[in-house]
Design a protein around this ligand. Structure first.
Ligand SMILES: NC(=O)c1ccc[n+]([C@@H]2O[C@H](COP(=O)([O-])OP(=O)(O)OC[C@H]3O[C@@H](n4cnc5c(N)ncnc54)[C@H](O)[C@@H]3O)[C@@H](O)[C@H]2O)c1
Length: 345
């Protein structure tokens, strides 16, 4: 059965937090191209190279319909003033401290941005009612679950990193605010998003960096190919298309606004070693010479999970969409962009 969903409403004002970030930038750019009014907030922190964040912003500022506010969502007063001034109809909260491993040594910033910051977003939506609040959760809420694919109805009460715990907490907080104050809210569990202008802390990006700096790449699978790690990689364009289709489709029933969570993943996990081989092939193609990474095998890190695998039927049923970009195609876009951006041969 074909699902019926409302198309993007270009007359609305969209507030995107984390607009200088990887996903926020692409979403903002897509909405601006469609003719929407977009307000972007970002504190442009230095978790990774800020030049990349400014390079993204440089592509957004030429749009007349774009306004950028440099600020921290943990600043409740600033956030209230932005809501008061711009009166956003739809809010997409992507600002957060990302990264599983970083949360082991730097827990404070996760509480500040992901818990306090998200609480401020909920409070702003409470006092300045919106048509829809969409926010980033993560596949990491599934922890070390072994039942695959991961479905939204699965038990997710055993996060194995503080990062995952903050994302699961966001889902609980959003549920409560949605229930109490009738805020239509949707959480998105992203599964390893990749693409050009992506995040330098993620494996595909850092492996490429290491190749050019002549360093070996470290693979945390114990060198055990039989027990390989699996990841559901999702290309950025698919993520943006999925979010775009959901924007005008909050879950509203006869009882009022409701909260819902969706997986957005490729539904086709790749073995880590196959993924690395594909990256080598794509880089070889971009450079016109054979690339083989020097590899060092190490044990799995605390907080890492052995596999991620998204069941995407709920998303498909709601907005008739599921990610479909093959990893070979998506990684080729990434390596082509990388060689051009960093001017490497
Ligand atoms: N990329 C992925 O694979 C992935 C997977 C699962 C979940 N997510 C989630 O999706 C969202 C976007 O991820 P991304 O990959 O674009 O990350 P990103 O780090 O590129 O973008 C996040 C942006 O938010 C900004 N930011 C962080 N804390 C802030 C604060 N307190 N106030 C204002 N701005 C702040 C950062 O400067 C950054 O530009 C995050 O919530 C992340 O946890 C991403």
């Amino acid at each position: 059965m074909q699902s019926v969903y409302q198309p993007l409403d270009t007359t609305k004002t969209y507030l995107i937090t984390g607009a200088a970030g990887f996903i926020g930038f692409y979403l903002a750019r897509k909405l601006l191209i469609e003719g929407c009014r977009v307000i972007g907030i970002d504190n442009v922190n230095d978790y990774y190279d800020v030049r990349l964040k400014y390079a993204r912003l440089e592509q957004l500022t030429p749009f007349d319909q774009f306004t950028f506010v440099k600020g921290d969502i943990a600043d409740k007063v600033m956030l209230a003033a932005v809501f008061e001034e711009y009166k956003p109809n739809i809010v997409i909260n992507l600002a957060a401290q990302a990264g599983v491993r970083y949360s082991i040594d730097n827990p404070d910033v996760y509480i500040q941005s992901n818990i306090i910051g998200f609480f401020n977003i909920l409070e702003a939506c409470r006092y300045h009612p919106v048509d829809h609040l969409i926010y980033a959760s993560s596949s990491s809420v599934y922890g070390a679950n072994t039942k695959v694919p991961f479905a939204e109805s699965d038990f997710v009460d055993h996060p194995v990193s503080l990062y995952a715990a903050t994302k699961k907490s966001n889902e609980l907080m959003a549920y409560t605010y949605s229930h109490l104050y009738k805020i239509p809210a949707t959480g998105l569990r992203f599964f390893t998003v990749y693409g050009p202008m992506g995040r330098p802390d993620m494996a595909y990006f850092s492996f490429t960096h290491k190749y050019f700096s002549g360093e070996p790449i470290r693979i945390f699978n114990n060198g055990d190919f039989a027990q390989d790690l699996y990841r559901d990689f999702t290309y950025i364009d698919d993520i943006v298309q999925g979010i775009e289709r959901l924007l005008s489709n909050p879950l509203i029933t006869d009882e009022g606004a409701l909260h819902r969570v969706y997986n957005i993943g490729n539904n086709r996990p790749e073995k880590l070693m196959t993924f690395i081989e594909t990256l080598e092939n794509c880089l070889s193609q971009s450079l016109g010479k054979t690339v083989i990474f020097t590899k060092v095998f190490e044990p799995m890190k605390a907080g890492d999970v052995p596999a991620t695998f998204a069941d995407t039927r709920l998303l498909e049923k709601t907005v008739d969409f599921r990610p479909k970009t093959p990893i070979r195609e998506g990684l080729q876009h990434f390596t082509d962009w990388y060689c051009d951006y960093y001017q490497v041969k």
